[in-house]
Write a protein that binds this ligand. Structure first.
Ligand SMILES: Cc1ncc(COP(=O)(O)O)c(C=O)c1O
Length: 403
């Protein structure tokens, strides 16, 4: 990638999941009001922020008290703290977001990958999960934590209530703790995503934050919710102990802005709806372009990601282009100026020809273009959105050609 950029090639990136949109002005103003606050603040989070985050969850059907919550500098460190504070090895979905497996390994834990059901990305197939746990345990391993993502990165799927019900039954039967990463929960295009904590409230830890729905990744704020049980209180204490020794507290001005974000006044709600519409419009157009080329993928329902499979074209790609793996496919696309991530980066078997495309960097380079993208009724007519999609289509057509 760097060599091509240095050689003067214009590379279009569909790789990063960072949301390329500017901060909502009311949140920026709120943050600015508190920049003179210089004290650390309580380890788990400021009481008014925790109260606001409790309201956020309660409005989404998970009744929550502030004493169940812990704030951290993003959900990433919170998930790591949860994995490291609990006993047992870690199960992750296959495919899944890159960091879970690495975090488990950093915490000195073995990782078990369990494939997901079709269109149910983010949740290990519950039947396979049960089999895998039983056979791992009988071979002396100790899987006890299962990390799930709903809505999912990389697939963009939203698993169904039936799948979550099955997951909850397996978790109960085999005494597993679920860590549910719900950072994309407000980016479901129609309706809402179900929560694993509704099905297994006694054993589910849930995380969310400001990074995706409000495009505030660099502000670094996430919140983790523990069950309202004795087990939940124990885990809460253990994770807070990690917080105390690792990050102490989240920056006070960011927490002040988060109070407003989690209280969701009209400006916040309408900004999130506009961002959601934008992701929906652009993922929909890109999905149609990919399926015209012969890729298999479901109609996008959430997030800013598409995870097409090119398996149907495997013979053609092998015969005419000597492409046999997702890595080779991604590298070939890079030669045509398109940067995306291969499925094997998310733990998929190397010979599954899956790629992950993120549209979140197509929304313009300047704040003005990004504002225009947010306001547009048809963002795919904007030149900065249209051109990368056209370039991707052309690159794929060349790659799929037999000459
Ligand atoms: C599934 C998932 N979880 C968590 C994160 C990171 O979130 P945070 O910025 O809250 O650490 C990302 C970012 O890409 C993600 O895709």
């Amino acid at each position: 990638m760097r060599a091509l950029t240095e050689a003067g090639r214009k590379i279009i990136s569909f790789a990063s999941g960072e949301i390329g949109l500017p901060a909502l002005p009311v949140l920026a103003d709120e943050l600015a009001l508190s920049t003179r606050e210089s004290a650390y603040g309580p380890v788990g989070g400021n009481p008014d922020m925790l109260q606001a985050a409790a309201g956020y969850w309660t409005r989404r059907g998970l009744a929550t008290g502030p004493n169940q919550l812990i704030a951290g500098p993003g959900t990433k460190p919170l998930i790591y703290a949860a994995i490291s504070a609990m006993q047992g090895e870690v199960v992750v979905p296959q495919p899944s977001w890159v960091s879970y497996a690495v975090q488990a390994e950093l915490a000195g834990k073995r990782v078990h990958r369990v494939p997901t059901r079709s269109t149910q990305g983010g949740i290990p197939d519950p039947a396979l999960l049960a089999d895998r746990i039983r056979s791992a345990r009988s071979a002396g391993a100790d899987p006890r934590i299962v990390v799930v993502t709903i809505p999912d990165n990389p697939t963009g799927d939203v698993a169904s209530s039936d799948t979550l019900q099955d997951l909850a039954s397996v978790a109960r039967e085999l005494d597993l703790v679920i860590i549910s990463d719900e950072i994309y929960t407000d980016l479901v295009f129609e309706g809402t995503a179900p929560h694993p904590a509704s099905f297994a409230p006694e054993r589910t830890i849930t995380t969310t934050g400001l990074t995706k729905s409000l495009a505030l990744g660099g502000w670094r704020l996430g919140v983790l919710r523990t069950p309202a049980t004795e087990f939940g209180a124990r885990v809460h204490g253990a994770i807070k102990a990690v917080a105390s020794q690792v990050w102490s507290s989240v920056a006070a001005p960011i927490q002040q802005a988060a109070v407003l974000a989690f209280n969701e006044p009209a400006e916040v709600r309408s900004w999130v709806s506009a961002a959601r519409r934008l992701h929906q419009g652009v993922t929909g157009t890109l999905a149609a372009a990919l399926s015209n080329i012969g890729a298999d993928l479901p109609h996008p329902v959430a997030t800013c990601y598409l995870y097409p499979s090119f398996d149907r074209l495997a013979d053609k790609l092998a015969q005419h282009k000597q492409i046999h793996t997702s890595d080779e496919l991604a590298k070939a696309l890079l030669q045509h100026g398109i940067y995306c991530l291969p499925g094997n980066a998310f733990g998929d078997p190397p010979d599954r020809l899956t790629l992950r495309f993120s549209v979140s960097h197509l929304y313009g380079e300047t704040a003005q273009e990004q504002e225009e993208s947010l306001k547009s009724h048809d963002p795919t007519t904007l030149p900065w959105v249209q051109e990368p999609i056209r370039r991707l289509e052309a690159a794929l057509k060349t790659l799929m050609s037999t000459d």
